[in-house]
Design a protein around this ligand. Sequence first.
Ligand SMILES: *Cc1c(COP(=O)(O)O)cnc(C)c1O
Length: 368
Amino acid sequence: MAHPSMAHAGATLTIDLAAIRDNHRQLKEIAGGAVCAAVIKADAYGLGASRVAPALEDAGCDTFFVAHIGEAIALRPHLNPTTRVIVLHGPPPGTGPDFVAHDIRPVLSSREQIQAWSRLATRLGRPLDAMLQVDTGMSRLGLAPDDVIGLADQPGMLDGIRVCGVMSHLACADDPQHPANAEQHSRFVEALRLLPPAPACLSASSGIFLGADFHFDMVRPGAALYGIAPVPGRANPMSPVVRLQARIIQTRTVPAGAAVGYGYTHRTTSPRRIATVSVGYADGYLRALSGTGCAHIGDVRLPVIGRVSMDTITLDASDVDEHHLQPGASVELIGPKTSVDDVARSAGTIGYEILTSIGNRYHRVYAH
Ligand SMILES: *Cc1c(COP(=O)(O)O)cnc(C)c1O
């Protein structure tokens, strides 16, 4: 994906690859001895998988998860040939040969997927790697308990399949007190007992913080690698990864009673200095941040007033010295003063959605 130059873009997104590597090291340490894979679906949560994955390889990460086969194929040329690429959604009907051609492993979540993968292995006359996923309570993807018992009774269903892992996914790991964690854990252990021996993988970012019982042989964080707080409400131990600095296009002084933005939703109650900044919802600066988001110039907070437009926001810049408000000057939207989680809170969503909404109009800088 080609991104605009700094001079041509409305904002600069800085992605700190060293911080991502640092977060990987930290998560690996907390997971004490477990393999630390990395989830880089949705273009590494909007940060650029083709840059993020090689940086993580440098930190010793050799296993990557994506959601779709298309994502896996796009990523393959950027990775070492020995690096494992695993597709969470498994093979859509008819795509098995594409997995084989690009050396990509599926997660198999249904009897049908297992049958098709086994048939393909038989046809090719060689074993094919795959992970198995069991549903332990989330009712999203994975073999149902009856399917697992069925597999235990008919191990021939797995003919030709080299089971390189067994996984499940926690629904409530971000709430350490939630009873679902222990319940899913015990269902997972039961499934492991019934299935062929293979490395076990249960936890994503938040699950890693549930303690050693949840680490098994492999963990697969996404969000925490990218600096999102893994345990909401607790101090965030991860290094911040993203910085977003946007440009002022124009400033103006308006009198008391002036309307600001679409729908005239904001009215000034006193004379105000307004800065219009070239970021909008088309860039992933969500419209839900209308009247709730904020920017910073140095230590000064500039509230977003009025609605977020497609390409612009309007800030109350009355408290900022005029020399900071020249056209082209920059304001911080994500950075030391405002974390991704802070932006999410203002928008009524989660950090995941803030990152994955990032568009392609920002100038991008990858810091090493
Ligand atoms: C997205 C996803 C992950 C990564 O989750 P984070 O909370 O971002 O760490 C792991 N496993 C599965 C199955 C996922 O869908």
